[in-house]
Design a protein around this ligand. Sequence first.
Ligand code: 5GP
Length: 223
Amino acid sequence: MHQRNNDYQLLKAFNTMNFLEEKILIDGVIKPGNILKVDSFLNHQIDIDIIRQIAYEIKRRFKGIPVNKVLTIEASGIAIATLLGQLYDVPVVFAKKSETANSTDDKYMSEAYSFTHKKMNNVFVSRPYLHATDKVLIVDDFLADGQAVHALIDLVHQAGGEVAGIGIAIEKGQQQGGKVLREEGYHLESIAIVESMDWEKQTIRFREQPKSVLKKTNLSAES
Ligand code: 5GP
């Protein structure tokens, strides 16, 4: 269990943590209702250095897997998706959200219940931007119940494309999205997996991750 305001624990914890877990511990704020707020580097202000590291690490974990498109959902996934698109040198598409379902003739349309906003969104991509030949890397900032990712998978499948993998910055392991997607057979990689968090004590526990995560200093080592 890592407590944010205890320097000794923090230092000890850093030895076994990756860059994103460290950043969450330093700058993340745990809110009631199982919400992790990371506005200072991911969801409002964007720390390009951290986003760049997330993008490199996702690409490293999908090494050898062909990808010809990166797909995310507006708004917070766009920063990560853009840097990944640059690394792969492929187009980046973000699904748009709308509360009303307009004509679906020119778009692939799905639905996702928003965990943070507590409402149903229609999610769509215009038909010219997804194809049957696409091998799509789906990315997002958070994975909670998996609603957003399942809507994106649905859009890829409607177009006849293939899901190459799913790359997530922060998975909340106490919610079911990750478990379900792995059981469905998708290759899912999450850079930080929150096992549990306690907003009263401001403590957070991460699931153990592979130790070979890239450090800031060797970003270009393996891509
Ligand atoms: P899911 O669809 O997997 O239930 O939730 C994922 C979406 O909800 C993400 O796109 C993210 O924007 C939002 N989300 C879920 N949990 C959190 C959270 O704890 N903090 C923040 N900032 N966003 C979250």
